[in-house]
Design a protein around this ligand. Structure first.
Ligand SMILES: [Zn+2]
Length: 487
């Protein structure tokens, strides 16, 4: 039974989907004016693990992550300069080129980290008509008002305002150090539509002015468009955006729907760099690309999932090097299992070796995705397996069972491991250990073997040459077996 910590209720709750077997999941995505930083890697790997564990548990997940391409101002303010427009000026390119460039960059990072692509990546510039309609509806329902071409949400009209972040309107007003906008009826009211100043490049016609949407409205509009105009199951995001962004999303959506926006709010926590908060002013801003220049992306992924998604993690060289050691431990283990399992017949061992580990793994994951605990279960299994190995007591059938258990749970952990050897053997075991044979080479070798079996020697010869061109040599062994070595 999966329990999720719900920021809305501040408790762990049993996860109950709205529609049996299905999950609607929306997470706030990055504003694409720069390369993704390490906090994004942490966040989206965490959401990926939640999504994959839901899929492992049998749910069909519809996963939406937006790319914010307009309306997010510098310092998260409502007026001033759009982050994308500022970057466009700096790079001397069009704002939409900035957007394309950094969406490509984000996709590259996500792919490297083995994050499954979302079903949809909506962008507010593609949703202007729906955004305008949504705002018109809020005005009509009495939740929003227009002043001088801008439209504001009236927080006093939404009595539950502050329920996600636990803040009260009065306290917010007292604590606010922002200059009060005279257009607003209440200082905490927030913009849904902003009349564009002349410097703004990105602006659209609307019933109120030539302007652009506020930062928060897009998530309300796009989630309801893609997940149905109703409550959906899970809303993810980073907890640094709980106020005002997520709070305002709730106000807009719930005022419009007349019911809850999302049942569960699963928010990740941030990343510190050597014990300090990451900020551009401290000059410790670290991009995903910087990490990937120094570490295998899977080291980064393992480092991220070695902490619980709701606790702050510290990016230090020693924590990354610990993850590197652990990744090697897992890789060696899987490779050993693979080489022993090759000998297994189809008979299953009578006693299940992994049953108890699977139960403990699932218990850990069911407890609000406790990945550090789940990993400790795997490390224990590795220790036990290695002990059997050293005593020559690990049977091929058991190795095969452990391997298939690993393959199942690794669909959740998402670690792409490097093969450290490859010897194809149909009957006998004749293994030579080679380093890092890429899957591409193995697949060519398999094709070559099949060509040989079909007596298509011309093709098999071509494939051999192709493999050699890529820097590997294939050696035929008895009984159609073969080995691959690096040249
Ligand atoms: Zn959002």
């Amino acid at each position: 039974m999966l329990k999720l910590y719900n920021t809305l209720t501040r408790t762990k709750e049993e996860f109950k989907p709205i529609n049996p077997g299905k999950v609607g999941f929306y997470t706030c995505g990055p504003t694409v004016y720069d390369h993704c930083h390490i906090g994004h890697a942490r966040g989206y790997v965490s959401m990926d693990v939640i999504r994959k564990y839901l899929e492992y548990s049998g749910y069909e997940v519809r996963f939406i992550m937006n790319y914010t391409d307009v309306g997010h101002m510098v310092d998260d303010a409502e007026v001033g300069e759009d982050k994308i427009q500022k970057k466009a000026k700096l790079e001397k390119i069009d704002p939409l080129e900035v957007v394309e460039k950094y969406i490509e960059s984000a996709k590259e990072d996500f792919e490297a980290l083995n994050i499954k692509p979302a079903n949809f990546n909506p962008r507010p510039t593609q949703y202007i008509a729906q955004i305008i309609k949504f705002i018109e509806d809020l005005i009509q329902k009495g939740y929003a008002y227009e002043v001088n071409g801008s439209v504001y949400f009236s927080v006093e009209k939404f009595p539950e305002y502050g329920k996600l972040s636990g803040r009260k309107i009065d306290e917010l007003i007292e604590g606010a150090r922002v200059e009060i906008n005279p257009e607003k009826k209440n200082p905490m009211d927030f913009a849904l539509w902003i009349k564009a100043e002349d410097i703004h490049i990105l602006k659209w016609k609307s019933p109120w002015s030539l302007g652009y949407p506020g930062w928060h409205i897009e998530c309300s509009v796009m989630s309801s468009d893609l997940l149905g105009q109703d409550t959906f199951d899970i809303h993810g995001g980073g907890n640094e955006n709980i106020f005002p962004h997520n709070e305002n999303e709730i106000a807009q959506s719930e005022a419009s729907l007349g019911k809850k926006m999302a049942n569960y709010w699963t928010l990740w926590s941030m990343v510190n760099i050597n014990g300090e908060k990451m900020s551009k002013s401290k000059n410790n801003h670290t991009t995903v690309k910087t990490i990937l220049a120094n570490y295998d992306p899977m080291v980064a992924r393992l480092w991220i999932i070695s902490s619980h998604y709701r606790s702050i993690i510290d990016y230090t060289e020693s924590s990354l090097s610990q993850a590197k050691t652990n990744l090697k431990k897992i890789t060696d283990w899987v490779n050993n299992l693979q080489s022993i399992a090759t000998d297994a017949s189809d008979e299953k061992s009578e006693i299940s070796f992994t049953h108890i580990y699977q139960k403990r793994f699932e218990e850990a994951m069911d407890d609000d995705l406790n990945t550090p605990l789940a990993l400790s279960v795997i490390y224990e299994l590795i220790t036990e397996t290695n002990k059997l190995l050293s005593e020559n007591k690990l049977s091929p059938a058991t190795a095969k069972e452990i391997l298939s258990f690993w393959n199942r749970i690794n669909k959740v952990l998402g670690l792409k491991l490097k093969m450290t050897q490859y010897v194809y053997s149909s009957l006998t075991l004749n293994r030579t250990i080679e380093n890092n044979i890429p899957e591409e080479i193995i697949s060519l070798a398999e094709k070559r073997k099949n060509a040989k079996l079909d007596k298509d020697f011309k093709k098999s010869d071509e494939l051999r040459k192709e493999i050699e061109k890529l820097g590997y040599v294939i050696e035929d062994l008895k009984e159609n077996n073969y080995s691959i070595k690096k040249l």
